[in-house]
Ligand binder design. Sequence first.
Ligand SMILES: [Zn+2]
Length: 706
Amino acid sequence: MAKMVCDSVRYHLTKTRSPSSQTAENPIADFIQNILFPKVSVSGDQGMPLAPVFTHMNGEHGDFYIPLSRPLDGLQMPRKGTVRVPGDAFQKAEEQLQSYLTGQVPVDTLLNVLEDLFSTLPAGCRDISLYDHLKLSAALDCCMTLWYENRGISPTYVPPKKDEPYFLLYSADLSGIQKFIYTVAESKALRSLRSRSFFLGLMMEHYVDELLRGCNLSRANLIYSGGGHCYLILPNTPVVENTVNAWNTRFNDFLLEQFGTGLFLGHGYTCCCANDLVNEPASEAPYKEMFRRVSGKIAAHKMHRYSPAQLLKLNHRSTQGDRECKVCGRADRLTGDMCDWCQCFVNLSRKIQDQDVFFVTTEKSPESPDFVLPSLDGQASFLFTTEDQAEKFLKKGISARKIYTKNCSYTSLPGSTRLYVGNYAASNSIEELARDASGICRIGVCRMDVDNLGQSFVRGFEQENTSSPEVQYRYVNLMRTAAFSRQMSLFFQLYINDILSGNFRDREPLSVAVVYSGGDDVFLVGAWDHVMEAANRIQSGILEFSCGSLTISGGIGLFDDHFPIRIAAEETAALEDRAKEEPGKNAISLFDPKQKHTYSWDIFRNKVLGQKQDTLDVFFDTFPERGNSLIYSLLDLLRGAPEKEGSVNLARYAYQLARLEPKRSDPRMDCYRTFADHMYAWAWNQEDREQLITAIYLYVYKNRKG
Ligand SMILES: [Zn+2]
């Protein structure tokens, strides 16, 4: 399989770089290069830099380019301007690649190297990187090769056809994530939340890797994984179909046995041909249809989750016992006052912060494993460890089923798989985070997700205002979807760490902790004002990263540090929903979903913070002797107004403002006048009044002690 991927990479690299070059006859690779991706393989002006994959997403966003870099170098924003790729950039990258193309190098290492070398160099068409092109070509090569092998025929005699269903688009989706993560006891809640969320992510990677192993494929065939969701492209053979069905059943057996009905991995697949992958004929839009079929299969699987045999087993599960796990409440598998899984998550929480190597073995584990998951044919022990220790295991002759590294690469660990994990945390303790808040000692809980991501995924590359299907769907194909998904993973699983730590653009590190970040959504907690800043950075980050093609909405709630995190999560979800109800979304909702503190990001920045809060700051900085009691009276009057124009009790409002007036001789008189004028004007207008109320809340929180 390593050789298959190597051969494919070598072939497609040569063909993409110099299309006219002579290569040995290879009908499958030719088919993929020439018929499947003709627009990609045309080698145009080789000095043009890579354009962002967002160039044709939700409208046109031209003129940007991506600077040469590697993912682990940190977040690089798309830039404007005209630059040329240095003349020898391709050649240098190709030279560096050569020693990895021997067929002896594990595929995951080769994929890491390809990503480092080619993910910011363009393939023939500018908005797709050479890495995305080579990876997907290899995936399709492998599928077709296995399909031909399975049929026992040769592509030389039976040439590939565009309407032959060689492929299976496979997808799986984990249900029950939220409940699983947020079922935690109050004490040490944050630690447990983070390790539960991390566990689910790693478990999904393991599911994908075992599935690929069973199909004799590599991670080249993984299109996307994140947020409990994955897409793979597989060969359409009976062997593969049996393998994925058997593995999914085995995995759900495990979930049922270990976690009851709380977690379930729905899956589904559909066969597809080359035409489907490039959306031909466009008038029938088969690409969209293919994704619709898979989603339908998953939904159907979720409707009929368990087989009679599984249901029987479920009924026999012991629910007897007078004691319960103090975290999740189950009555079986107890050791002490916790069940063994909840104990495991507590133990992991210490390790995930410092250890970045996860050693997986199906042999006898060299140490007691952190947890055990099923493998295709047995069990896989997971050990959270360090580079040194993992090297020692290998030297002792313990063979690794898989070695995962978190946000780093270790050349000392051959074949290791690089995972990107958004898990920045200034502290693992909610109390510690709350202490860093300015003013009121509260934690902020923030949930955000990209607006209409599903829509963008399926329809984002469609062009509007055209009656020609060829024009409408000209950018719609699996290559772009794969490249787009990869960028989303990079942003929410890797770059988010740079954004929050301040490594990106040299900013202050924020006192927040990511509970969960993957797919397209984020859940974080921290000092309340740091959480506001985090949301602000993430919003402007994704906007810039996507060249303005994606927006994000979110909710932020404030809670004291003993408030049950599960309820805080629910309340913040309601705030997030409130923000999504705004016309056009792209909004933030604060404090309490029953009150109106919901604004588009622009209004929030410019009017609530920029205009109103600044005015309050200036006034109270100039008149430090004015206590908060006055501002509370103003707030009461403003809040008492029913929602119609100018219905604030103006006489009393004016009286309160007048009480703030300094003596006529006071040099600060001008400052007072400006303030009072603004405050009058804002009280009259409903929108201004609402913004003012939010600004007063923020002012009070910021300036309250303790
Ligand atoms: Zn438990």
